[in-house]
Write a protein that binds this ligand. Structure first.
Ligand code: SAT
Ligand code: MN
Length: 594
């Protein structure tokens, strides 16, 4: 399929190491994908779902010890330890290659090695970057075929160039103790061994489009961010684009596909999705920042997705979609997950492969969930009813606002605006959020997650902050930077703000601020809305409730400042002075006004 010697040498090197019985190049043709689907169905790796109800859809279960990203086993293998920084695990590259090659030796005996040429971004776009993933998993091939642009066209565009990311994946024996997700930013190389879970093995996604790409962006003057991209069309037809960074499983897909409340749709507001997880950002026309979504599909969290919470996501999963670790219903050959509807199936199979029915409890009377909390759908972007007409625009979309948001029961108000870019970078750097099921480990623990990039930044986070500050100097018409928190709770632990479509009310304020058509109140942490400026029309939500989530409690924030100081201390000399100045200013503001 190619004469590119770099590609051929790469494939040959790993063929010799991993010793597959055969090598199959993925050309991206429908016929080849069909044949591979048939093969995976014949071995039980996937189950073909009801072709009438869910045409072209597949079901798959991972091993039960392999259901989320493994941050503790993810490494940045930069030559200097310092360049991985205090927030990443580091392994010396020479040592890492030795260790990983030993695990990989002969690991594909009796298996096929698939060679997947793929593009992050539309092939030929000035944003696009290419990669080759080697894998012994048909499931990975089928997912990559949805999540990225794959096949011959990529190799054609790559030509003789050596500028591609080398991805080596093998399930090996799915051993937890030998599971490694290693990024070598200086070598454009990724190894992923002993896993079969999406975030660990779809190497175009977090490993390349964030960890490797963030490093490339730092070196080349652009940015790779854990952000959704959406467009809001106003009644006059103008569309403004917004990027928003939230940690994994905090509602990026829901926000990206939001359906505005009736009071907005009646006036002609519409929301369009450009991306739900990753944004690559570059300086573009008119001195603005432009964004593309490098992906071609959505790898969304299934539980909680339903016709009310996210009808667009649900519609996206009705054809050509792969469901992973949800409930399988043999009788109808369909799938189910918690929160889909109120009719859990009776004779079904749970994510572990065991017989399961709705309302099932364990010996202690605890409800047994049918779908894993991090179960996923892999859906083609083109299925999405609200996909933006700019989705394929190779030049991207101009960004008016950047939003940071975490999952915080207290502290962060519903929304606030930073005073300027520098302060905005500070606001992103102090993001904290409760952990979710997207990564292995405890759930609900508040941790610092700057710009939602804690598990995804491929270099020293101090340098990353500096890169943000430097990008601000290059962009004349900078987006304004905001912070939101949909997750404030009352004394009983219930969410106060309704969220989902009603987040449009906050988006409207944000866009009005960008246009300078609405006022704000200056507070120690930044600009907050006047409560009467958030449109509550048609919503059963009182102004007092709103005030309660727009509250900035000084004591809480002073404690937060102490916590930030401790977090910042990790970065030593690499913490940009601008950020320590902002922390000082925050403290001064909080004390001055108390
Ligand atoms: O599993 S993924 O990393 O792809 C999804 C996520 O955690 O954001
Ligand atoms: Mn994500």
């Amino acid at each position: 399929m190619t004469n590119n010697q770099y590609v051929l040498d790469f494939v040959e090197k790993y063929r010799q190491l991993m010793q597959p019985d055969q090598v199959v190049w993925i050309d991206g043709s429908k016929a080849q994908i069909k044949a591979l689907t048939d093969e995976a169905a014949s071995t039980g790796e996937v189950i073909k779902l009801n072709n009438k109800l869910l045409p072209g859809c597949l079901y798959h279960r991972t091993a039960i010890n392999d259901v989320a990203r493994v941050e503790g086993r993810t490494f940045i293998c930069s030559r200097q330890q310092e360049n991985a920084g205090p927030t990443n695990n580091w392994m010396d590259p020479q040592e890492a290659y030795k260790k990983l090659d030993a695990i990989a030796e002969g690991c594909m005996k009796g298996r096929t090695m698939y060679v997947i040429p793929f593009s992050m971004g539309k092939v030929g776009s000035p944003f696009a970057k290419y990669g080759i993933e080697l894998t012994d998993s048909i499931y990975v091939v089928l997912n990559m075929n949805i999540m990225t642009r794959v096949g011959e066209k990529v190799l054609k565009k790559l030509g003789d160039s050596n500028d591609f990311v080398r991805g080596i994946h093998s399930k090996v024996k799915l051993e937890e103790e030998n599971r490694y997700i290693c990024q070598f930013p200086e070598d454009n190389t990724i190894y992923s061994l002993n896993s079969g879970y999406g975030g660990n093995v779809l190497l175009g996604k977090k490993c390349f489009a964030l960890r490797i790409a963030s490093y490339q962006g730092w070196k080349e003057g652009w940015m790779a961010e854990h952000m959704l991209i959406l467009g809001v069309q106003k009644p006059d037809g103008e569309i403004k684009y917004v990027c928003a960074a939230f940690p994994s499983a905090c509602g990026k897909t829901n926000l990206a596909m939001l359906i505005p409340p009736e009071t907005y749709t009646k006036k002609g507001y519409k929301v369009f999705t450009v991306g739900d997880d990753i944004a690559w950002l570059r300086k573009g026309k008119g001195g603005m920042l432009y964004a593309v979504n490098p992906e071609n599909g959505f790898f969304g969290v299934a539980p909680g997705t339903n016709v009310k919470s996210n009808p667009n996501a649900l519609a996206s999963t009705q054809r050509g979609t792969i469901f992973t670790n949800v409930v399988y219903i043999p009788k109808t050959k369909t799938v189910w997950w918690e929160g889909l509807d109120k009719n859990p199936p009776q004779n079904a199979i749970d994510w572990k492969g065991n017989p399961w029915h709705g309302g099932m409890v364990d010996a202690d009377g605890k409800v047994i969930k049918g779908a894993h909390p991090n179960s996923r759908f892999t859906a083609p972007a083109k299925n999405c009813p609200c996909i933006s007409s700019e989705f394929e625009n190779p030049k991207g979309v101009p960004v008016s606002a950047i939003i940071f948001g975490g999952r915080r029961a207290k502290a962060a108000p519903l929304v606030y605006e930073s005073r300027d870019w520098k302060h905005g970078v500070f606001v992103g750097s102090i993001m904290a959020s409760e952990t979710t099921a997207a990564a292995a480990g405890a759930v609900g623990v508040v941790r610092h997650d700057p710009m939602a990039m804690l598990p995804f930044c491929g270099y020293h986070m101090g340098d990353y902050f500096q890169h943000w500050l430097d990008m601000g100097k290059k962009i004349k018409n900078k987006p304004k930077i905001f912070n939101v928190n949909w997750f404030r709770t009352d004394e009983q632990g219930n969410f106060i703000w309704p969220g989902f479509g009603d987040n449009m009310r906050v988006l409207e304020w944000i866009l009005d601020r960008c246009e300078g058509t609405v006022d704000a109140v200056e507070t120690p942490i930044g600009y907050l809305p006047k409560p009467e400026d958030i449109n509550l029309e048609g919503l059963d939500f009182s102004i007092d409730q709103l005030k309660s989530i727009l509250d900035v409690d000084k004591k809480t924030w002073l404690a937060e400042a102490d916590d930030i100081e401790q977090f910042f201390a990790k970065f030593g000399d690499k913490l940009p002075k601008e950020l320590s100045m902002e922390l000082k200013k925050l403290r001064k503001n909080l004390r001055k006004r108390s």
